[in-house]
Write a protein that binds this ligand. Structure first.
Ligand SMILES: NC(=O)c1ccc[n+]([C@@H]2O[C@H](COP(=O)([O-])OP(=O)(O)OC[C@H]3O[C@@H](n4cnc5c(N)ncnc54)[C@H](OP(=O)(O)O)[C@@H]3O)[C@@H](O)[C@H]2O)c1
Length: 287
């Protein structure tokens, strides 16, 4: 049986993976976060992988503060580049698979149709640049690996995410300004966790070295439409006022369009991709 190391297990994706796998007899996982295993510490990673006879790694650890990365780029580089590099080096040494997560923010958002894995990345922000550098580091390591780019993740388990922010504002305010000119796909972290668990048993059949796959939920919307859907589902009295990004200055530039094309992950691994609105309707009851 596989012995799977899940890093960043207290985060959104890590928590969803934990609740889908804990107590199962057909899969054995070791759940770690910063306090158990700091992925930026190469020796600690190597000791952990050896000491626990790890056979696969799912890296859910990340520095995800998009605006914070503009001024704290050292931390973003350590966690989004050095960390994945350490995991990849251990995976290469031990001949084990690494599943790594990346972001739609590697793109500049100038397209108006969904991004394919073959589209050229051109990040607009330091966060996007560190996520892209993490991808490149994994490819260069030559370890068995796949990289899954995802977008606009949310989970009730998240410390901070767009759904939680909207629900807090919705309970306190009568109106909230939300940008209408950033389009993407909200992705329930539980859907992504299910997709990863569906892919995992298929990995050993084919060696892949840093191959990229896109996964988000299906469909697309603007941030303002997403906010409106959240308010409607929760029946709040808060109105969503759509505004342009130019009226909502933020330290980091975001892509205007970052919808991901999921054809490849569907074809290669037979992953099912639920509609974002359906998933949000299910998830919102848990917030
Ligand atoms: N969130 C999104 O909207 C989004 C969008 C696109 C792609 N992604 C990607 O999807 C993946 C999962 O994201 P997520 O939203 O589940 O992330 P998350 O909720 O921010 O969780 C990341 C976890 O990693 C931990 N961590 C930070 N530094 C670490 C270190 N040095 N060693 C070990 N653990 C560390 C964090 O702990 P602390 O909280 O204590 O720092 C946190 O528990 C990431 O690769 C992310 O970049 C996310």
């Amino acid at each position: 049986m596989d012995n799977i190391l899940i890093t960043g297990a207290d985060g959104q994706l890590g928590s969803e993976l934990r609740s889908l796998t804990e107590g199962r007899s057909d899969i054995q996982c070791l759940y770690t976060d910063c306090q158990d295993l700091d992925i930026t510490d190469a020796d600690a990673v190597e000791k952990f992988v050896t000491g626990h006879s790890i056979t696969k790694i799912i890296n859910c650890a990340a520095y995800n503060n998009v605006d914070g990365a503009e001024t704290d780029s050292d931390a973003a580089i350590r966690i989004n580049v050095t960390g994945p590099m350490n995991l990849a080096a251990a995976a290469a040494r031990h001949g084990i698979y690494l599943v790594h997560l990346s972001s739609d923010f590697v793109f500049d958002g100038t397209k108006s149709t969904p991004y394919h894995e073959s589209d050229k990345p051109a990040p607009l922000s330091e966060y996007g640049r560190t996520k892209l550098a993490g991808e490149i580091a994994i490819k260069r390591s030559g370890c068995l690996s796949i990289i899954i780019r995802t977008s606009w993740l949310y989970s009730p388990a998240g410390k901070k995410n767009f759904v939680k922010t909207m629900l807090r504002i919705g309970a306190e305010e009568e109106i909230v300004n939300v940008v209408y000119d950033q389009t993407g796909t909200p992705t329930y972290a539980k859907d992504l966790a299910e997709a990863i668990l569906h892919i995992l048993p298929q990995l050993d059949a084919v060696p892949r070295y840093g191959e990229i796959f896109h996964y988000s939920d299906e469909g697309s919307c603007s941030k303002a439409e997403w906010a409106q859907k959240i308010m409607t589902l929760k029946k709040t009295d808060c109105d969503v006022n759509p505004i342009p990004t130019s009226q909502y200055p933020a330290p980091a530039k975001r892509p205007a369009y970052s919808v991901l094309d999921k054809s490849l992950i569907r074809t290669v691994f037979g992953v099912k991709v639920p509609l974002w609105e359906r998933s949000l309707s299910k998830a919102i009851r848990l917030f």
